[in-house]
Write a protein that binds this ligand. Structure first.
Ligand code: NCD
Length: 307
């Protein structure tokens, strides 16, 4: 099987079958990660470039390690150290990478739609590693892989996504993906951080976080995206964590064995408290590991689409 497009821009564009295919490939890649010698010839001779215009630790490193584990040539560019800082346009930068023989361009950009724009101008496959407030497809894929691994299924799960939904590309990609895979998505968070039209995506949204968490199989907390917020959306951090933060008391409303997830980086004590992070059913580390497996699968599928 192949994906229908040359790129991975969002889960909005993928079918349930394509998502299932990537997750299956990621399960195979995960076997490589548990070995001492993590090296396979899958991407020998292929070139992957990560082009990051926003900060990142796990996403960038996991794409880089995924490339290296599969023997690809891997390079990284950050906006501050490149000609972007000299005023070069996004399309010109991407075309430069393209004509140097890059097979896959992984891009993170503060503008929603930036990966879609460059995808039209390059021969390379483009992977969206987060575009503004729009999508972060590989994050949702690694979240779904983690749910599948821990719960044995995605279909029928009740997933509560809690926090700053408005600014979250992670929430949007999970909504698209989880809906397609047959899970029920319930959102919780302050009205000022909840997009007005979000229920049109087939989810239920509550301002009362307790209502969202009640009976959930998975509680996914989101980072408060201070860098994307205008002022005046929130009272104080203390009030935010009191009314919308997830702690062990609030977690009692979820199923007893509910998974606790967070895409990272966590603002400890704001959206999620340390006691909750320390619970056995908090799977934040597993999410990070699965991020490498998912990115290996995605790079392998896209870099080899031509043959
Ligand atoms: C997310 C992102 O950058 O969108 N982080 C990540 O990729 N692990 C979430 C966030 O920054 O809050």
């Amino acid at each position: 099987m192949k994906l229908s497009g040359k790129d991975l821009l969002g889960l909005k564009e993928l079918s349930a079958e394509e998502i299932r295919y990537i997750l299956y490939q990621a399960e195979i890649m995960k076997q490589i990660l548990v070995q001492d010698a993590k090296k396979t010839p899958h991407l020998q001779g292929r070139t992957v470039v990560t082009l990051f215009y926003e900060n990142s630790t796990r996403t960038r490193l996991s794409f880089e390690l995924a490339s290296k584990y599969m023997s690809a040539n891997a390079a990284n560019i950050t906006a501050s150290g490149s000609s972007v800082a000299k005023g070069e346009s996004l399309i010109d930068t991407a075309r430069t990478l393209d004509v140097m023989g890059t097979d896959v361009i992984v891009i993170r950009h503060q503008m929603s739609g930036a990966p879609h724009l460059i995808a039209q101008h390059v021969k390379a496959a483009v992977v969206n590693a987060g575009d503004g407030m729009n999508e972060h497809p590989t994050q949702a894929l690694l979240d779904m892989l983690t749910m599948k691994e821990k719960k044995g299924r995605i279909e029928g799960l009740k997933v509560a996504i809690v926090g700053d939904v408005a600014h979250s590309r992670v929430a949007r990609s999970n909504i698209y993906g989880l809906n397609k895979m047959g899970a029920e998505v319930v959102l919780g968070g302050p009205a000022t951080l909840m997009p007005r039209d979000i229920e049109s995506l087939g989810v239920t949204a509550y301002e009362d976080v307790d209502k969202a968490i009640k009976g959930a199989d998975v509680v996914m907390c989101l980072r408060l995206q201070k860098e994307r917020q205008q002022s005046g959306l929130l009272p104080s951090m203390r009030e935010y964590s009191k009314f919308f933060g997830v702690d062990t008391k609030r977690l009692r409303l979820a199923k007893e064995d509910a998974l606790i997830m967070h895409p990272g980086p966590v603002n400890r004590g704001i959206e999620l408290c340390t006691d909750a992070i320390n619970l056995d059913r908090a799977v934040i580390d597993e999410q990070v590991t699965n991020g490498v497996a998912v990115r290996m699968a995605v790079l392998n599928i896209l870099a080899k689409r031509g043959n």
